[in-house]
Design a protein around this ligand. Structure first.
Ligand code: GCW
Length: 646
């Protein structure tokens, strides 16, 4: 089957491919750059020239450093990119590709570009084996795994290479190739099956993408035959040191481990009365001699909670578990924190853990795979959501704050010919990479980049149409699903489609507490769970009272009567009705806009999106009607505009 070129169609290289280009420097990444230019020139009539020949484009690799930055300047008819490291050179090439003809016009003042975040990573929740319920990719909506097929690493790695290339073009430099829920088969990737991981690493390396592996904390027991996985036991430490040394023999530039421990049934240090710092430092010590990093996930909470117990608040869990450990983690341990305190809902506050551990390295994890945002059947471009989260400053809106050391997204890619199932979900992957490079970037400008690269030479009508269907799609999704920061009104298990009380009496800690008088979770310090007090000052105060809490998070922080008046001037119940009607109307409008772009988009791509809009609309109506009916029945308050609810 044909593979979609995503944001690197051959025509995106037209401007570069028409030039005389010179690459100065040696090494594998310089060779990758040379190969890219040779292919482009062959197609568009340019030439890769040798030293001493005049060139329009010069890419200079001046060293062998880890610096990922590059400088770009145009003077006297030559555009020059200079980098001291191979990745920088590669990123410089893709910068010129993005600029297109502009890179070769007039003069350009020297600009330096350097990523703000060192670790820009995708975590794949891919299994080697196909799970009877989850399928092969946990929360995957783009077919099977890109890496694993028929119970082993793919033999044909062309698509993995093409993936590495797409990732380099948006600045991503690391990939974890298996699920953080490490099942029996996948546990062996660390030891007897490391050769398969090495093959994947070989395919990704030419594009500067480093390979990481999710491992089970119980590995010394399940793989090593030891009676314990206690992080302070010498045999356990020795086992990890040995296993890790063998990993580096197979993959000398291996990135490190990703660990989900004591979380949703995965093993961890608690079983031995040890802390998460003890656990993380065990793996950090094994990785340190080789320059590797352990990504230790902070997604630790009680998933067997009693719904009757109003004192336990899942939102508090990560902070309560980890803040007391600040300063205890090894320098090569990175705490990987979900951007919100719950679990990738369409609207959550930013996790209070971010900013609360100044002596710990931190990576922020977002979900490109759309588990709770339409599962790649709905259009939901998450750029604005991620940008809001990344711009959040724990100590207030103005101070610079401390940026994370890493940004990680759960990948939305599978073996689907369009990579992401929904062709427009490619925009999420691209935007993530570019935001990880520069979290302060304007997401709408990044969307412009994605549009221009994906559809080179697109007429303005196509660009305008794509903006029209993508720009507001996250807010539209929020409107027809869960209101004002309430989450989890989804079908349990697979999480697609509405079920308002689906999780209300479950052990998962995900409740909305709707009754006949009101709805929402009281997380204030004064009368609720105290979660609001986990924030530093301006935010703790703002969230504490319904008077100052932002509307969009009101029900996350407070339980209020249905007739409570929002800052918008509407009552909560009227907001619920209005947004749910609007969400469906906006989806109808987006479907109409997309239909009008048929003459400008490749027919297969157009049809795939059009078909998904039918499903999105069906599902949005279902959400609207279930949520509105539910709250009409609970509250007895009719829609003031007299629309039919049900
Ligand atoms: O959101 C939940 C998902 C699980 C996932 C978990 C996690 C990989 O429903 O499928 O497990 O988060 O982030 O570990």
């Amino acid at each position: 089957m044909r593979t979609d070129p995503a944001w690197l169609p051959p025509a995106a290289f037209r401007a570069v491919g028409r030039r005389h280009a010179l690459v100065r420097g040696t090494g594998p990444l310089a060779d990758t750059v040379r190969g890219e230019l040779a292919r482009a020139c062959e197609r568009f009539g340019g030439r890769v020239v040798q030293e001493g020949t005049a060139a329009d484009l010069v890419l200079k690799l001046t060293g062998d450093t880890d610096d990922e930055g590059y400088a770009c300047v145009r003077a006297h008819g030559t555009t020059t990119v200079t980098a001291s490291g191979g990745r920088g050179l590669l990123y410089g090439l893709f910068h010129v590709v993005r600029l297109g003809e502009d890179a070769f016009r007039g003069e350009r003042a020297r600009e330096e570009h350097r990523p703000a975040v060192a670790l820009r990573m995708l975590d794949h929740w891919d299994n080697v084996a196909v799970h009877p319920v989850m399928g092969q990719v946990e929360r995957g909506y783009a077919g099977g795994s890109l890496f694993w097929s028929d119970g082993r690493a793919r033999g044909d790695l062309d698509r993995v290479r093409a993936y590495g290339r797409l990732l380099a073009a948006c600045g991503i430099n690391a990939v974890a190739v298996n699920n953080v829920n490490v099942h029996e088969t996948e546990a062996h990737l660390l030891t007897d099956r490391i050769g398969e991981v090495a093959a994947l690493a070989d395919a990704l390396r030419p594009y500067g993408v480093r390979t990481h592996l999710s491992v089970t904390f119980a590995a010394p027991v399940v793989l090593g035959g030891l009676p314990t996985a206690d992080p302070l036991d010498e045999r356990v430490r020795g086992w990890w040191a040995g296993a890790t040394a063998r990993v580096y023999e197979a993959i000398p530039d291996f990135g490190g481990y990703v660990v989900k421990a004591d979380s949703e049934g995965q093993p961890g240090p608690f079983a031995y009365g040890r802390t998460h710092a003890d656990g993380a430092n065990l793996l950090a010590a094994a990785l340190a001699p080789h320059g590797g990093t352990v990504h230790w996930r902070a997604f630790v909470y009680d998933h067997r909670q009693d719904w009757r117990d109003r004192t336990t608040d899942r939102a508090r869990a990560a902070y309560d578990h980890f803040v007391p450990l600040d300063g205890d983690f090894a320098p090569n341990a990175v705490l990987q924190v979900k951007h919100g305190p719950m679990d990738f809902q369409a609207r959550e506050p930013v996790s209070p853990l971010i900013g609360a551990m100044p002596r710990t390295r931190l990576a922020v994890e977002v979900q490109a795979t759309q588990e709770y945002t339409g599962q790649q059947r709905h259009v939901c471009w998450l750029g604005p959501m991620w940008s809001e989260a990344l711009r959040f400053r724990p100590d207030g809106e103005v101070s610079a704050g401390r940026l994370a050391d890493g940004l990680v997204a759960v990948s939305n890619v599978g073996d689907d010919p369009f990579w992401t199932g929904h062709p427009l979900a490619q925009a999420n992957l691209y935007t993530f990479g570019r935001l990880a490079w520069d979290p302060a970037a304007d997401p709408y400008a990044l969307l412009d980049e994605w549009i221009a690269l994906t559809h080179p030479g697109a007429p303005a009508r196509l660009a305008a149409g794509l903006h029209a269907v993508l720009d507001g799609s996250w807010r539209t999704y929020e409107k027809y699903t869960a209101p004002l920061g309430v989450g989890f009104m989804v079908q349990p298990g697979h999480h697609y489609g509405p079920n308002v009380d689906g999780y209300e009496y479950s052990p998962w800690g995900t409740y909305h507490f709707a009754d006949r008088d009101g709805v929402g979770v009281d997380r204030s310090a004064a009368t609720g769970t105290g979660y609001a007090a986990q924030y530093a000052k301006p935010w703790a105060e703002r969230y504490e009272s319904p008077d100052t809490c932002p509307d969009e998070l009101l029900l996350f922080f407070h339980h209020v009567p249905y007739r409570h008046v929002l800052h918008s001037g509407k009552t909560v119940i009227q907001h619920v009705y209005d947004t749910h009607f609007e969400g469906v109307e906006e989806t109808e409008e987006a479907r109409r806009v997309w239909a009008g772009l048929a003459d400008l988009v490749d027919p297969v791509r157009h049809a795939r999106v059009a078909e998904r809009y039918e499903e999105q609309l069906r599902c949005a109506r279902e959400w609207r009607d279930q949520v509105n009916s539910y709250f009409l029945r609970k509250s007895g308050v009719p829609d003031e505009r007299g629309r039919t609810v049900c």
